[in-house]
Structures are given as C-alpha cells and as structure tokens.
Design a protein around this ligand. Structure first.
Ligand code: PMP
Length: 361
C-alpha cells in the first residue's frame, strides 16, 4: 500500500479549468473566456513595468507599502488594513488557511467562484454550497445554512459567472445575521464595473466580521501580473500577513498595479466603454432569442434552451474563431459566459450567435 497520501480533502479538488486561449486549427481567435479587459492595461502601467524591470535583480518590497498607500489614497481607505496578494485568489487562499480547518464549514453560493471550494478543501475544511434564487444571491438561504461550524462565507458581488449582484442593505443584513465566529468575505473582483459601488469597502472598514477582496486582473487589465488585495480589520490583516510569503509579489507586478490604480481617467474610460458594450451585447443577443440576466460586470451569461444547444453553440463559435466560456462546472450547463470585448468582438460574437440561432451549424 502506498504510504504517501495527501491531506484529506485534497483529492476532492477538481482541477481549475481556466478559459481556453486557442482552438486547434483556427488562427486569429477572439478570446472572450476569461473576463479580461479587451483594451489591456493603461499606458502608465506599461511604462511602469518597463522601468521596474530594470530592478529585477533586486528582491521586491516585502510590505508593499507603496502599492498599499496608492490603493488607500485612491479608495479613501486605511493602508494598514490592506494586504496584497498574488491575485485575489491568494487572499481567498490565505483566508481559508488562516480561519478554516478540519471540521469547519466554508459557505459559497450555488453559482459562486470555483476558488472558494478549492481553497476550503485545501485547508481541510468542508465547503457548503447554498442555493441562489434565479441566479441571484439569496441572503436568507445563506443565513439558514450558517451555523456554529461556519468560519467563512464567500460572496462575489457582482457574482461570477451570473453577473448579478445584490444591494448593500442586503449585504449588511447578511453580515449582521451571521454567527459571531464567521467572516463574510465580499469578493469585489468586478466591483469597479459598477458605477458608484465601493465593493463593500465601507462595510469592511466598519465591521470586524467583513473582509473585502479586490483584483487588478479585470478592469485594470493586469491578469497576467497577478495582483489582488484584501481589506479588513487590522486584526484579520495581521493574521493573514503571518502566512503570506515575504516576497509574494514581484517588483514589476507591484509597479504595474500602482501605476494602474493611479490612472483613474483610464479606469473611467474602460468602465463606461464596458457598460455601453455590455448593454449592446445583451440587447443584440436578446434579439436573436438568447436571454441573459441583468449583468453588472464585464461579461454576459447567455442562456440557451438546453445543455445540448449551449454546447452546440459553443462548438459553432469555436469553429468561427470565437472562444467563450462553458459554465457547466458552475451548475449552469445551458449557459455560455461571454466576456464583453471591444466593439468589433462584441459585434462578431453577436453575429455568429445570430447565425447559429437561425439554424446554421
Ligand atoms: N473572484 C472572482 C469572482 C473571479 O471571477 C476571479 C477571477 N476569475 C477572482 C476572484 C480571482 O481573480 P485574480 O486571482 O486574478 O485576482
């Protein structure tokens, strides 16, 4: 018998399936599968990377003081309550490692982001899936599921892959109603896309049981740099820092993120362009008989009549050089998640789906 075995729970983890980047035999593909910013990072971020690369022989900052100061300044937060990680994925991971273990429960919603379950299992804890209401977070269902074993509740708002979100009053009701040992993690990976929404920052600043996570991978166009951050009470941030590797972020990644967050005009332009194109795409799909939920993020969840139809449409799109995301693994087998691209990409994907719905296969 093999004596070498991983910790319990590890083999229950299904390998994370990222968005495809290529299709065999098809060149010049349009990738609309990973919710990336089609306009890329700002010029300022690119220039900062070129400058920082000259320092690549030096170890990076261990405390990320400059990036935390920039985040704090732009968002009006206390820099001492911020921690930076290798994408917000790493912050999610730290939270599970630090606060959940064998016998503990980690709640996530029915169509919630895959990393919540993965990180919970990696920590030896038990993930608990809570149903949504028509693809919208159901606060009452979460409160009913939470009990003495609940340590963490992950809630993406806006949610991926549904694109839906709930209001701050509902989130506050959730934070208020959770058992005292549980932390509510508000995942704001897509918060920047919602005009006037603070991602739950004020709540995380005022309540000791709320942590907000954010990322530079989406609106800031820095998915390849891997920078995310968390905001919460100083006590929680101190705990997370104890398990953080001292050099978790590279010099170039730190420089890119700092320049990106300070370029508020670019952020504004990307946000408004996304809103315009998202609304256009949702309407164009609806005209072709493909409904979607009211998305608040940079993608649209296109719903088909059956899992077979969604799979057939995905195959047709691929044959036409368009990569979107199957979300069967998110319990949404009859849907395709389409990232809002630039205008030609949006027009192209809508046009090809129109041809598919008109019977072309
Ligand atoms: N949360 C949500 C809801 C996401 O969709 C993603 C990226 N797909 C992440 C967190 C993680 O993003 P990153 O690690 O790139 O910051």
């Amino acid at each position: 018998m093999n004596q070498i075995a991983p910790q319990p729970g590890i083999m229950e983890i299904a390998l994370y399936q990222g968005g495809k980047a290529s299709v065999e035999g098809v060149s010049n593909v349009i990738k609309l599968s990973s919710n990336e910013n089609p306009f890329g990072p700002s010029e300022a971020a690119q220039e900062a990377v070129r400058r920082a690369a000259r320092e690549m022989h030096r170890y990076p900052s261990t405390d990320h003081a400059e990036l935390r100061a920039a985040i704090a300044e732009v968002h009006g937060l206390d820099a001492r309550q911020i921690i930076c990680g290798v994408g917000s994925d790493e912050i999610i991971h730290f939270l599970c490692q630090a606060y959940a273990g064998p016998g503990d429960e980690v709640i996530h919603t029915e169509h919630g982001f895959a990393m919540y379950r993965i990180s919970a299992l990696a920590a030896g804890a038990t993930p608990v899936e809570v149903p949504e209401q028509e693809r919208v977070t159901d606060v009452d269902a979460i409160l009913a599921a939470a009990g003495p074993k609940t340590k963490l509740v992950f809630l993406a708002n806006p949610n991926n892959p549904t694109g839906t979100m709930i209001g701050l009053a509902e989130i506050e009701r959730l934070a208020e109603g959770l058992p005292p040992q549980a932390i509510l993690v508000l995942d704001g990976a897509y918060a920047e896309y919602v005009e006037g929404y603070d991602g739950g920052a004020a709540l995380a600043g005022s309540r000791s049981n709320v942590v907000m996570t954010r990322t530079f991978s989406k609106l800031y166009g820095l998915g390849g740099m891997r920078v995310g951050w968390g905001y919460g009470s100083q006590e929680i941030i101190d705990v997370l820092n104890r398990i953080r590797g001292p050099f978790n972020l590279s010099t170039v990644a730190l420089a890119a993120a700092e320049a990106a967050i300070r370029d508020t005009a670019y952020v504004e332009r990307c946000r408004s362009e996304n809103t315009r194109l998202r609304n256009w795409l949702a309407e164009a799909l609806a005209e072709h008989g493909v409904p979607s939920d009211a998305s608040t993020a940079n993608f649209v969840l296109a719903r088909f009549g059956s899992p077979e139809e969604a799979a057939a449409c995905d195959a047709f799109l691929q044959s036409e050089g368009l990569i979107v995301r199957r979300v069967a693994g998110y319990n949404l087998p009859a849907a395709l998640r389409i990232t809002v691209g630039d205008e030609p990409s949006c027009r192209r994907v809508a046009h090809v789906i129109g041809r598919f719905k008109a019977g072309e296969r």
